[in-house]
Design a protein around this ligand. Structure first.
Ligand code: NAD
Ligand code: MG
Length: 383
């Protein structure tokens, strides 16, 4: 029996994780769950799974949940409590599914404690990739990617990475694949969040529309698989059936296919090196429309170009890219800036914040905060 902590249990990945876990009550038990402040969504989860801990961001929400759940569920609040449930001696696997930089501290905590980290929160790697990978190595922790493309590559590399020449991340192109650059100016948050293939949280949905999500995934892949920017390509594949490709020196290409449903990657992160049922229907290629692959348009998807730039610069640049993007996406979702202001703010922030080495978690946090402050000033000036 494996005990699982699900950070971000009320989100899209969190709920899909609960769905997979509940199919295997003989193998997995939910040890702890967390949410930001949506305590109401945690009520049913606590009833159904009876975790030992439920963690919310603030005491007011924790108080409300405490009043309605059974006494067996200890309700805590704050980042220290997230760190605690991620590193708890009674937890085996940690699903890191908080959105954004807010998930970094608990991911690091799980890494220090030598847990299996099922990593959905790619932002942890973008912010402090070298440090996180170093911690994982020293503590004996494991990172099993949950991002579908990285899960695909991880699965393709099960036989080793001898002779690997490059990888190709597939990208759906998001809701604006067929929208002209001109029309992107007036794109609304509702349109940006209306992803054709995947049902996801708002932040990653906007990231998919700008293709910053793929940009962040390039950086994520570089840390996870030890690859340089020149070994990571992006190909637009609107059907989201092929989840990525690995190219080898002998001309062979491996890929992993499946319907666009995150439960496959979540199930694999839970069961690796074995496999379990996920609830995802079998793929029938004879019933699919034809599969297409195109080059991405870097002028239209400027965020992709900025992410390559940040990866090549290294050091604190990926963290700055991520911080500026979070600030800009948040402002866009609140209708404070336009869609095309997102890459503009990220670019200006990258130019403004000096690139430096990040040797400690404190320096990662400092760079994140400084970058957010500067990005925020650009949001104000585009009002
Ligand atoms: P979501 O918005 O649906 O859920 C986010 C979860 O984090 C919620 O439980 C929320 O309560 C919690 N949360 C939000 N802000 C918080 C804060 N400040 N402190 C503590 N908790 C907080 O997001 P999602 O789509 O499930 O994505 C989660 C992560 O997984 C992201 O990093 C995303 O990039 C990654 N991811 C998601 C998908 C997907 O299909 N949804 C695919 C690949 C990767
Ligand atoms: Mg992905």
């Amino acid at each position: 029996m494996k005990n699982i902590t699900i950070l971000g249990a009320t989100g899209s990945i969190g709920l899909n994780t609960l769905d997979v876990v509940s199919r295997h009550p003989d193998q997995f038990s939910v040890f702890a769950v967390s949410a930001n402040s949506d305590w109401k969504s945690l009520i049913q989860i606590c009833k159904d799974y009876q975790p030992s801990f439920a963690v919310l961001s603030d005491e007011a929400s924790a108080e409300k949940l405490r009043a309605v759940v059974s006494p067996g569920v200890q309700v805590l609040c704050g980042e220290d409590s997230l760190d605690e449930i991620a590193a708890h001696p009674n937890t085996d696997f940690v699903m890191a599914a908080i959105v954004g930089g807010a998930g970094m501290s608990s991911t690091f905590s799980a890494a220090k404690a030598g847990k299996r980290i099922m990593l959905a929160n790619k932002e942890s790697l973008i912010l402090g990739g070298n440090l996180l990978m170093g911690l994982v190595k020293n503590s004996g922790a494991e990172i099993i990617p949950v991002d579908s493309e990285h899960s695909a590559i991880f699965q393709c590399l099960k036989g080793g990475s001898d002779g690997l020449s490059k990888i190709q991340l597939t990208a759906s192109g998001g809701p604006f694949l067929k929208t002209s650059f001109e029309n992107l100016k007036s794109a609304t948050p509702e349109q940006a969040c209306n992803h054709p293939n995947w049902k996801m949280g708002k932040k990653i949905s906007v990231d998919s529309a700008t293709m910053m999500n793929k940009g962040l995934e390039i950086i994520e892949a570089s840390f996870l698989f030890g690859l340089s920017a020149s070994q990571i390509e992006v190909v637009i594949h609107p059907q989201s059936i092929v989840h990525s490709f690995v190219y080898f020196d002998d001309g062979s290409v491996l890929s992993q296919l499946g319907l666009p449903d995150m439960r496959s990657a979540i199930a694999y992160a839970l069961s690796h090196p074995g496999r379990i049922k996920s609830g995802v229907k079998a793929l029938d290629l004879t019933q699919q429309e034809s599969l297409e692959f195109h080059q991405p348009d870097l002028k239209k998807y400027k965020c992709l170009e900025l992410a390559y730039l940040a990866l090549e610069q290294g050091k604190s640049a990926p963290g700055t890219l991520n911080a500026a993007n979070e600030v800009a996406v948040n402002a866009f979702l609140k209708n404070k800036i336009g869609f095309l202001n997102i890459p503009e703010i990220v670019e200006k922030t990258l130019q403004e914040v000096s690139c430096q080495n990040l040797d400690t978690l404190e320096s990662v946090v400092e760079n994140d905060q400084l970058s957010r402050k500067i990005a925020q000033s650009f949001v104000k000036s585009s009002d």
